[in-house]
Design a protein around this ligand. Structure first.
Ligand code: MG
Ligand code: MG
Length: 259
């Protein structure tokens, strides 16, 4: 069942989203060679809990043990923070995080460079982030889910990147994952008709190589099958009569959440 949100509910989700956006304003400054993914996880958990009522939404969700998913290089999503995972110059780090506040969830992801990264890696990050922006632009009342997916997919196709198809975006609200599924591919004019009040987590995952992925023996970490690096960007977006509204942003600072 798809639950459309009232403007009051969307405001509550924006409060959760603002906590996440503020985290993403400062977290990239904590990412540098020599730090562990566990260091970042502790930083993020403390940051979120410093906001009254806010809790890390992923910790304990389906049994996930941490505040952040930290996925390095060929890891696509759901990497588990670890004291053993030391970041190195040239790595790319995807961070995915959820915040729950006053009963509502927000979900967002960024991929950040560790020190200097290769030109090819930097391009992958830029193109994936830009594809998210185009997907968000397509999220308007009367459009279709396929319009979002097509807009995202076109960005990858021009570069020859693999678009991960086995993982998708999703509705979000009082639950971290709600209907509908939001694929990162599609055909314009196809799929569910978008209505004001629909709130979606839109989250392209692009691989430098093929689209194929597999899950490691820890049963969480998803990696590219060919070992190529991967990028992931995500926002929680409300479809309103005035167009798409990014909820995972700092109020009055609309561009801040896009790293
Ligand atoms: Mg996420
Ligand atoms: Mg998500």
């Amino acid at each position: 069942m798809i639950e459309l949100k009232s403007s009051e509910q969307i405001e509550l989700m924006a409060r959760a989203g603002a906590v996440l956006a503020r985290l993403y304003e400062v977290l990239p400054g904590e990412v540098r060679p020599g730090r562990t993914t566990e260091d970042l996880d502790r930083f993020a958990e403390d940051f979120i809990r410093d906001h009254a009522g806010a809790t890390p939404a992923f910790k304990g969700l389906y049994g996930f043990p941490a505040t952040l998913c930290t996925s390095v290089n060929e890891e696509v999503v759901h990497g588990i923070p670890s004291t053993q995972r030391v970041l190195r110059e040239g790595d790319v780090l995807s961070v995915d995080c959820g915040v729950k506040l006053d009963g509502y969830f927000a979900d967002a992801a960024i991929t950040v460079p560790v020190g200097e990264i290769s030109t090819g890696a930097r391009r992958l990050l830029e193109v994936t982030d830009a594809a998210l922006a185009r997907g968000i632009e397509a999220a308007v009342p009367g459009a279709r889910l396929g319009d979002i997916g097509a807009a995202i997919q076109e960005g990858a196709r021009d570069e020859g990147y693999g678009v991960v198809r086995d993982l998708v975006g999703h509705g979000i609200g009082r639950e971290p994952h709600e209907e509908p599924q939001v694929p990162n591919w599609g055909r314009r004019g196809r799929g569910l008709k978008l209505s004001a009040g629909l709130v979606l987590a839109i989250e392209p995952m692009f691989n430098l190589g093929t689209a194929s992925i597999r899950t490691l023996a820890d049963e969480w970490t998803v990696v590219t099958a060919d070992g190529s690096i991967s990028a992931h960007f995500e926002h929680t977006v409300a479809i309103t009569e005035d167009g798409p509204r990014i909820l995972t942003t700092v109020p009055g600072n609309a561009t801040a959440a896009v790293a």
